[in-house]
Write a new protein. Structure first.
Length: 213
Protein backbone atom coordinates (compact mmCIF):
# COMPACT_ATOMS: atom_id res chain seq x y z
CA UNK A 1 0.00 0.00 0.00
CA UNK A 2 1.28 3.50 -0.85
CA UNK A 3 0.10 6.97 0.11
CA UNK A 4 -1.70 9.05 -2.50
CA UNK A 5 0.69 10.53 -5.07
CA UNK A 6 -0.07 14.14 -4.10
CA UNK A 7 0.87 13.79 -0.43
CA UNK A 8 2.97 16.74 0.67
CA UNK A 9 6.31 16.24 2.32
CA UNK A 10 5.64 15.90 6.02
CA UNK A 11 8.32 13.61 7.39
CA UNK A 12 9.22 15.66 10.44
CA UNK A 13 11.10 14.12 13.32
CA UNK A 14 8.21 14.94 15.64
CA UNK A 15 5.95 12.54 13.74
CA UNK A 16 8.30 9.64 14.48
CA UNK A 17 7.84 9.98 18.23
CA UNK A 18 5.73 7.50 20.20
CA UNK A 19 2.18 8.63 20.80
CA UNK A 20 2.86 8.68 24.55
CA UNK A 21 5.55 11.34 24.06
CA UNK A 22 3.37 13.38 21.72
CA UNK A 23 0.49 13.35 24.21
CA UNK A 24 2.80 14.43 27.03
CA UNK A 25 4.13 17.32 24.95
CA UNK A 26 0.68 18.34 23.76
CA UNK A 27 -0.52 18.45 27.36
CA UNK A 28 2.20 21.00 28.02
CA UNK A 29 1.02 23.20 25.18
CA UNK A 30 3.46 22.03 22.52
CA UNK A 31 1.75 23.00 19.26
CA UNK A 32 4.11 20.89 17.13
CA UNK A 33 3.19 17.81 19.16
CA UNK A 34 -0.52 18.56 18.75
CA UNK A 35 -0.09 19.06 15.01
CA UNK A 36 1.79 15.74 14.83
CA UNK A 37 -1.09 13.96 16.57
CA UNK A 38 -3.57 15.46 14.13
CA UNK A 39 -1.35 14.55 11.16
CA UNK A 40 -0.96 10.99 12.38
CA UNK A 41 -4.58 10.20 13.19
CA UNK A 42 -6.62 12.38 10.82
CA UNK A 43 -6.70 9.51 8.28
CA UNK A 44 -8.22 7.27 10.95
CA UNK A 45 -11.05 9.73 11.58
CA UNK A 46 -11.71 10.24 7.89
CA UNK A 47 -11.73 6.51 7.18
CA UNK A 48 -14.44 5.99 9.81
CA UNK A 49 -16.46 8.89 8.39
CA UNK A 50 -16.25 7.35 4.93
CA UNK A 51 -17.33 3.99 6.32
CA UNK A 52 -20.45 5.71 7.68
CA UNK A 53 -20.99 7.31 4.25
CA UNK A 54 -20.89 10.86 5.58
CA UNK A 55 -20.66 13.77 3.18
CA UNK A 56 -17.73 16.17 3.27
CA UNK A 57 -19.52 18.73 5.44
CA UNK A 58 -20.67 16.17 8.01
CA UNK A 59 -17.23 14.54 8.02
CA UNK A 60 -15.66 17.94 8.71
CA UNK A 61 -18.07 18.47 11.61
CA UNK A 62 -17.31 15.04 13.04
CA UNK A 63 -13.58 15.59 12.75
CA UNK A 64 -13.79 18.98 14.43
CA UNK A 65 -15.93 17.62 17.27
CA UNK A 66 -13.56 14.70 17.86
CA UNK A 67 -10.51 16.96 18.13
CA UNK A 68 -12.40 19.41 20.35
CA UNK A 69 -13.38 16.55 22.65
CA UNK A 70 -9.74 15.46 22.77
CA UNK A 71 -8.64 18.98 23.71
CA UNK A 72 -11.14 18.83 26.58
CA UNK A 73 -10.10 15.33 27.64
CA UNK A 74 -6.35 15.44 27.00
CA UNK A 75 -5.38 16.15 30.61
CA UNK A 76 -7.54 13.23 31.75
CA UNK A 77 -6.21 10.60 29.33
CA UNK A 78 -4.86 7.94 31.70
CA UNK A 79 -3.23 5.76 29.05
CA UNK A 80 -1.81 7.82 26.15
CA UNK A 81 -0.97 4.62 24.28
CA UNK A 82 -4.71 3.93 24.04
CA UNK A 83 -5.37 7.27 22.30
CA UNK A 84 -5.89 5.73 18.81
CA UNK A 85 -8.62 3.49 20.21
CA UNK A 86 -10.23 6.45 21.97
CA UNK A 87 -10.22 8.43 18.73
CA UNK A 88 -11.73 5.54 16.78
CA UNK A 89 -14.49 5.01 19.35
CA UNK A 90 -15.27 8.73 19.69
CA UNK A 91 -15.36 9.18 15.93
CA UNK A 92 -17.71 6.23 15.52
CA UNK A 93 -20.06 7.68 18.13
CA UNK A 94 -20.00 11.10 16.47
CA UNK A 95 -20.79 9.49 13.12
CA UNK A 96 -23.72 7.62 14.64
CA UNK A 97 -24.97 10.87 16.15
CA UNK A 98 -24.88 12.56 12.75
CA UNK A 99 -26.64 9.62 11.09
CA UNK A 100 -29.37 9.64 13.75
CA UNK A 101 -29.82 13.39 13.36
CA UNK A 102 -30.17 13.06 9.59
CA UNK A 103 -32.74 10.33 10.09
CA UNK A 104 -34.68 12.50 12.52
CA UNK A 105 -34.03 10.23 15.48
CA UNK A 106 -33.19 11.49 18.91
CA UNK A 107 -29.43 11.18 19.51
CA UNK A 108 -28.47 8.61 22.09
CA UNK A 109 -26.07 9.64 24.85
CA UNK A 110 -22.59 8.18 24.87
CA UNK A 111 -22.76 5.17 27.15
CA UNK A 112 -20.03 2.80 25.93
CA UNK A 113 -16.48 2.71 27.17
CA UNK A 114 -13.66 1.30 25.09
CA UNK A 115 -13.29 -1.53 27.56
CA UNK A 116 -16.95 -2.48 27.13
CA UNK A 117 -17.04 -2.61 23.34
CA UNK A 118 -18.36 -5.89 21.92
CA UNK A 119 -15.59 -8.11 20.59
CA UNK A 120 -16.56 -7.53 16.95
CA UNK A 121 -16.52 -3.74 17.33
CA UNK A 122 -13.28 -3.89 19.28
CA UNK A 123 -11.67 -5.86 16.47
CA UNK A 124 -12.92 -3.30 13.95
CA UNK A 125 -11.49 -0.47 16.04
CA UNK A 126 -8.15 -2.26 16.25
CA UNK A 127 -8.09 -2.69 12.47
CA UNK A 128 -8.90 0.99 11.93
CA UNK A 129 -6.16 2.05 14.34
CA UNK A 130 -3.64 -0.21 12.62
CA UNK A 131 -4.63 1.15 9.20
CA UNK A 132 -4.20 4.72 10.45
CA UNK A 133 -0.77 3.89 11.85
CA UNK A 134 0.23 2.35 8.52
CA UNK A 135 -0.98 5.37 6.55
CA UNK A 136 0.83 7.75 8.91
CA UNK A 137 4.05 5.77 8.57
CA UNK A 138 3.72 5.73 4.77
CA UNK A 139 3.10 9.46 4.67
CA UNK A 140 6.26 10.07 6.67
CA UNK A 141 8.37 7.70 4.60
CA UNK A 142 7.00 8.99 1.29
CA UNK A 143 7.63 12.59 2.33
CA UNK A 144 11.23 11.74 3.20
CA UNK A 145 12.01 10.55 -0.34
CA UNK A 146 13.88 12.85 -2.70
CA UNK A 147 11.73 14.62 -5.35
CA UNK A 148 12.72 12.20 -8.13
CA UNK A 149 11.81 9.16 -6.04
CA UNK A 150 8.46 10.68 -5.06
CA UNK A 151 7.66 11.37 -8.73
CA UNK A 152 8.63 7.85 -9.71
CA UNK A 153 6.57 6.21 -6.97
CA UNK A 154 3.61 8.46 -7.78
CA UNK A 155 3.72 7.39 -11.42
CA UNK A 156 4.16 3.71 -10.60
CA UNK A 157 1.05 3.60 -8.40
CA UNK A 158 -1.28 5.35 -10.82
CA UNK A 159 -4.51 3.55 -11.68
CA UNK A 160 -4.69 2.70 -14.53
CA UNK A 161 -0.95 1.97 -14.68
CA UNK A 162 1.27 4.41 -16.55
CA UNK A 163 3.31 2.63 -19.29
CA UNK A 164 7.04 2.48 -18.67
CA UNK A 165 7.59 4.34 -21.94
CA UNK A 166 5.59 7.29 -20.66
CA UNK A 167 7.36 7.22 -17.29
CA UNK A 168 10.67 7.22 -19.16
CA UNK A 169 9.63 10.27 -21.16
CA UNK A 170 8.29 12.19 -18.17
CA UNK A 171 11.28 11.60 -15.92
CA UNK A 172 13.97 11.53 -18.58
CA UNK A 173 15.31 8.11 -17.64
CA UNK A 174 15.85 4.91 -19.60
CA UNK A 175 13.08 2.33 -19.50
CA UNK A 176 15.57 -0.26 -18.28
CA UNK A 177 16.42 1.84 -15.25
CA UNK A 178 12.86 2.11 -13.98
CA UNK A 179 12.81 -1.33 -12.35
CA UNK A 180 16.08 -0.87 -10.42
CA UNK A 181 15.05 2.66 -9.42
CA UNK A 182 11.74 1.29 -8.16
CA UNK A 183 13.60 -1.27 -6.07
CA UNK A 184 15.78 1.42 -4.50
CA UNK A 185 12.71 3.53 -3.70
CA UNK A 186 11.01 0.60 -1.99
CA UNK A 187 14.15 -0.10 0.01
CA UNK A 188 14.29 3.54 1.15
CA UNK A 189 10.65 3.33 2.23
CA UNK A 190 11.22 0.07 4.10
CA UNK A 191 14.23 1.47 5.95
CA UNK A 192 12.54 4.70 7.01
CA UNK A 193 12.31 4.78 10.84
CA UNK A 194 8.50 5.06 10.83
CA UNK A 195 8.09 2.02 8.56
CA UNK A 196 10.78 0.05 10.37
CA UNK A 197 9.13 0.75 13.73
CA UNK A 198 5.75 -0.33 12.40
CA UNK A 199 7.18 -3.55 10.96
CA UNK A 200 8.94 -4.34 14.22
CA UNK A 201 5.79 -3.66 16.23
CA UNK A 202 3.71 -5.96 14.02
CA UNK A 203 6.38 -8.63 14.27
CA UNK A 204 6.32 -8.40 18.05
CA UNK A 205 2.56 -8.75 17.97
CA UNK A 206 2.99 -11.93 15.96
CA UNK A 207 5.52 -13.17 18.47
CA UNK A 208 8.04 -13.90 15.73
CA UNK A 209 10.54 -11.14 15.00
CA UNK A 210 12.49 -13.48 12.74
CA UNK A 211 9.64 -13.43 10.24
CA UNK A 212 10.51 -9.86 9.32
CA UNK A 213 14.29 -10.18 9.50
Amino acid sequence: MFPDPDFAQDAETMCDEPVTDLVARARNGDKQAWDALVERYAPLIWSICRRHQLGATDADDVSQNVWLRLVDQLDRVRDPAALPGWLATTTRRECCRVVRTVRGSRPVAYVLDVENLPDELARTADQEVLEAERQAALRQAFGALDPFSRQLVALLIQDPPVPYGEISARLGIAVGSIGPSRGRCLEKLRRHPAIAALINAECRDLGDVRRCA
